[in-house]
Design a protein around this ligand. Structure first.
Ligand code: FES
Length: 216
């Protein structure tokens, strides 16, 4: 399978993830799942916060898109490189079409984690797509499609990592977000960026498959 996902339009399989791949049946995780449901993490579909059903809002990030905050008091505003704190935590983002100004928040598969790390910490492959140490990854867990929400100390190391609390998978953004703990079968998809002219710009489509195996 190619590492690059060039599809601009969600597939039927993508829709499968959006229909909820969160494993809500395990009682030991019931509380976490209920919390996720309460916050909308496992909703069957996601309504746009910035304009419902606008053309392109559910298409994957594309070249020349800029990244905007997806939450908080600055939601919808363009993320500037200086908005990112070295060492994390990550900022949650949506891609935004720079030509039409449509925010691509019509699909949860477009949720992105943006983080700034010391370039010296990154492996060569990761550093090659990290302008000033800035990295972007899909926020959708590759195990069962839950959102990756945490930036916490890793289970088997002393560094902070991305964590999905559904089944505790952990991903290290310094190593292309490869899995360092838990059942996730593969790394998070990466989104190559450039950092120039006061914004973060997408330079290529996702590298790697977004979301759970059921996504195809
Ligand atoms: S969905 Fe199972 S660890 Fe993320």
């Amino acid at each position: 399978m190619s590492e690059t996902d060039h599809s601009a339009t969600p597939s039927v399989e993508d829709t499968g993830v959006e229909l909820g791949m969160c494993p809500c049946s395990d009682p030991t995780r019931r509380k976490l799942i209920l919390t996720a449901l309460a916050t909308g993490a496992c909703l069957a579909s996601r309504k746009s916060a910035f304009g419902e059903d606008k053309p392109g809002s559910d298409e994957r990030p594309q070249q020349a898109d800029v990244l905007v905050f997806s939450e908080g008091e600055h939601a919808g505003e363009v993320i500037k490189p200086q908005d990112l704190e070295l060492g994390g935590p990550p900022v949650h983002a949506w891609p935004k079409d720079s030509k039409t100004s449509v925010v691509r928040d019509g699909s949860r598969l477009n949720e992105i984690l943006v983080i700034k790390l010391d370039p010296a910490e990154l492996d060569d492959d990761t550093r090659s797509r990290a302008p000033d140490g800035i990295l972007a990854y899909s926020a959708i867990c590759t195990h069962a499609g839950c959102p990756v929400t945490a930036w916490v100390k890793g289970d088997s190391g002393d560094k902070d990592v991305f964590k999905c609390f559904c089944h505790n998978s952990e991903f290290d953004p310094r190593q292309s977000a490869q899995v360092v703990f838990g059942p996730a079968p593969r790394r998070l998809a990466a989104l190559p960026l450039s950092a120039a002219e006061g914004s973060l710009t997408v330079v290529a489509t996702f590298v790697g498959k977004v979301g759970a195996p059921q996504a195809g």
